[in-house]
Design a protein around this ligand. Structure first.
Ligand code: GLC
Ligand code: MG
Length: 418
């Protein structure tokens, strides 16, 4: 977060399940499109915020199952927990805000008197969130009665019904919308309010996000009835809210274009990757290179000497490449190794993605670039940290000077990463 010296150009605040993540798309195509777009064009000057109903435990599980990139901020447990960065540093100030007129023990005591409520797993019970399953036809009645009972016990709560199954009881000041309002106020105080904010969601607990003043919003095409109904009743005439015609992350990309919030052409949608490279940023260069490597190994590009010599032309003769295993190659030698792996991942659902890219200028035409590189081959995933020096002296093309890769902690140390 501190990497941003001024206001973020775009702040995306997105729900995860059925919004950023399409659980009906086993190839995760729309998520891969979004990831490439974000790292190539937004990571440097914008903010990515995930806002999920999941507890930290289930959020971390989802990150293992799906190719999610790292958000700058994670809002979890329906806006009751906020953390910053990769190391997920908690916002203790937010926790203090939530203690007003809240007593978890009383909530547990009173809800246990409702046989219609079935308690969710222990991981989903959090200090400021008590969660149940409730059938659709019972939810309204339970919500009304429970609200009165808890009010009578001196509490100020908010009850949210989502996905046609989940019922969450939270402190009144909590929720995804309140958590976003808290962050926006914090940025304002720091003198860095986002230029534009886009909220993205599909279900009941996302509704509040759309009522924060000034924000753009996208309800993905597959949004739940409860959110569409909330919109029809409360925000139908708001021109800043779009019901996308595309599902999940593709709906988010569609909204970026619809509201003209910035570039919305994902590098994954460009068939001739080379065409994008000229005058590109370091971020775009890294994303495009990873896509090139992916299509080379999947044999989606033809095996030609022209390709190899083209790559060699973008490297510095004295440059080096250090593989995560420690093997040290001259960078042009590394390009020769690529010749052997053409097609080795053909038909294997092989994907490469860049995460958390940071490009630091070392001079007017040279950059130190650092990012996590992930490779997925079927079910197996491995990752490494890449640090590279690239420069753009005397041409429109980047020259790769040095590349150094190191296994990411907790990553399987397979042999197929390149
Ligand atoms: C997530 C959480 C669950 C919550 C639901 C709706 O699925 O795991 O506890 O009820 O979101 O907010
Ligand atoms: Mg959702």
């Amino acid at each position: 977060m501190d990497r941003l010296k001024s206001s973020p150009q775009l702040m995306i605040v997105s729900d995860l399940d059925h919004t950023m993540v399409d659980h009906h798309d086993s190839e995760n195509w729309s998520l891969f499109r979004f990831n490439a777009l974000w790292e190539a064009h937004y990571r440097q000057d914008s903010l990515l915020v995930f806002s999920t109903g999941r507890s930290p435990t289930l959020y971390k599980q989802l990150r293992k199952e799906k190719p999610l990139i790292t958000p700058d901020i994670a809002i979890m447990s329906v806006g009751t927990e906020i953390t910053y960065g990769k190391s997920m540093v908690p916002d203790d100030g937010w926790v203090r805000c939530l203690n007003q007129k809240w007593d978890k023990d009383i909530v547990i005591e009173e809800t246990s008197k409702f046989p219609e409520l079935k308690r969710q797993a222990e991981t989903e019970q959090r200090p400021h969130k008590v969660s149940f399953y409730a059938e659709k036809d019972k939810a309204k009645h339970v919500t009304e009665t429970l609200s009165k009972v808890l009010e009578g016990r001196g509490l100020d709560v908010k009850i949210i019904y989502s996905g046609g199954v989940d019922l969450d009881v939270l402190p009144k000041g909590a929720g995804k919308g309140q958590a976003l309002a808290y962050l926006l106020k914090k940025f304002e105080t720091e003198g860095k309010p986002p230029v534009n904010t886009l909220v993205c969601g599909d279900s009941g607990n996302d509704a509040e996000l759309f009522s924060i003043p000034g924000v753009y919003g996208v309800m993905v095409s597959n949004a739940q009835e409860e959110l569409l109904q909330w919109h029809a009743e409360n925000a139908k005439d708001n021109p800043k809210i779009l019901h996308a015609s595309e599902r999940c992350a593709s709906g988010i990309i569609q909204a970026i274009g619809h509201f003209k919030l910035g570039l919305n052409l994902s590098p994954r949608d460009v068939s001739d990757i080379g065409q994008n490279v000229e005058n590109g940023s370091p971020g775009l260069e890294m994303v495009n290179f990873s896509l090139l490597l992916e299509s080379w190994r999947c044999a989606e590009v033809e095996k030609t000497e022209l390709f190899i010599s083209g790559l060699k032309a973008t490297t510095l003769p004295s440059g080096f490449f250090i593989h995560p295993s420690g093997a040290d190659h001259n960078i042009k030698e590394y390009v020769n190794i690529l010749r052997k792996v053409h097609g080795d991942k053909q038909g294997k659902q092989f994907r490469i993605w860049v995460d958390d890219l940071l490009a630091t200028p070392l001079g007017s035409d040279t950059w130190l670039v650092k990012f996590d590189k992930w490779e997925l081959s079927g079910e197996e995933r491995q990752g490494c940290v890449v640090t590279a020096i690239i420069s753009k002296k005397d041409s429109d093309w980047f020259t790769w000077v040095h590349v150094h890769e190191t296994w990411l902690e907790n990553s399987e140390q397979g042999l197929w990463i390149l």
